[in-house]
Design a protein around this ligand. Sequence first.
Ligand code: BGC
Length: 551
Amino acid sequence: MAAEVPSWWQTAVVYQVYIRSFADGNGDGIGDIAGMRDRLPYLAGLGIDAIWINPWYPSPMADAGYDVADYRDIEPAYGTLDEAQALVAEAHAAGIRVLLDIVPNHTSDQHAWFRAALAGEPGARQRYHFRPGRGEDGVQPPNNWQSVFGGPAWTRVADGSWYLHLFAPGQPDLNWDNGEVRAEFEDILAFWFDRGVDGFRIDVAHGMVKEPGLPDTRDAAEAVQSLVQSRAGHPAWDQDGVHEIYRGWRSVANRYRPERIFIAEAWVSSNERLARYLRPDELHTAFQFDFLRAPWRAQVLRAVVDDAIAAAATVGAPPTWVLSNHDVTRTVTRFARSQPEHLIETDWERGRWAGEDPDHVLGRRRARAAALVQLALPGTAYVYQGEELALEEIEDLPDAARQDPTWAQSGFTDVGRDGCRIPLPWNETEPSYGFATESGAATWLPQPAHWAQHSVQAQDRDPDSTLNLYRAALRLRRSLWRDAGDVKWLAVGADVAAFERGGSQCWVNTGDSDVPLPEVMSIALASAPGVRGVLPPDTAVWLRADEAPSM
Ligand code: BGC
């Protein structure tokens, strides 16, 4: 029997397009669909298989588009539905599949449903979680849950009742016990599948279903939520009831050919819990966030990779590797400071790191090496825009420029996620480094003064640039790794993670001394220039067996 050929999504490299900051086609300082269409040749040249586009629906932007006012249309600042369809067609013609972002845990407070709820339309409040308050005159919120962005997860409305929002007040949580909510989202999926979209990233896929009765958390510390540190047992997250929703979604996807797929953003407490989302009648893939949280330590990397692969294998799903995204500190900066022994927590990064200056040269070196590890592993990989340029987190934005709701909701103590969302530098020309075409309009978040050197244009002509490293890696991945089989670890020292797959090897050195490389292999790709014979610190290589000498 012929071996089964994997589907594209089981080995794909997906590029995350943060639309607001990718490319601005109309010169207003905000990225848009026109800009994306202009840059499709760049994406095709990079060698990715698919794009995931962050929410592009009409939105008041209380949370950068994760507050959706209408799931079947396009935000006017980004373009029109016709342009969206043209983009999908053009991407397909360039061999790139298109994944959208669906936001089912909450709507915008400007969504017609929430407006109807506030207007007191019969039945409308049952689509959300409205409750009376506690205490005298109901002045206390209905339970002790805190918003992920800071402050109580409840807001009081004019008639004195409260509504639940796990995120910003402009993002009321939907009530998924309500049949109308379930039917509506299956219909939204079909709306986009009918327009040729290949799948969805599911926002907060571990949310939606809450413990019945919305009870207080057992202790007050648990009430404070963070996306990244999901705790087992919180009544708002990872409830067993959520899986029934995904069985319904999978049957919608299964009606379509070619295949339509889902990728879950689920911050859960273990890989066993994550695997439950990937059972054969549920979702196809889920981000492996332990990889994104791994410090620069070979032994942690090995453990994270093993655990992720083992858990995914129990349900026959491909592991899905991700180094960063629009919610966390950029990889370069994460690796630019001292590294803990354990998985990194985002709050730890932003807060406790504040006093330590980042060494971006070191961070870049490690980020390049990490990319080679990521792209050599089995399964799928996600690349967040700007990773291929080794952009760093911009940590010194002026306070007045900050847009992330985390900043205000945390009482101006957590600077939030704007620093990883800065508009991309395309060329060396200010203003905007080619982000906004032919315009002097200010970009929606200011770009740093030194980004000309990191622009696509500058990196294009440098054979050793990170951009050219990604291009080479994505090209080689197809022959060396894509169909190469299981990971076999090689025992070469505590500070080295080295594995073999299908006769090729990937080595990464997280220690501080050189490590000899095997003489019988040749270097197919190295994360730093000039690697020969030994693997220097903070470097990775891909090795392939030398051709046998011809007789
Ligand atoms: C998205 C965030 C967003 C949140 C609420 C997520 O996990 O990735 O950017 O703020 O969901 O929708």
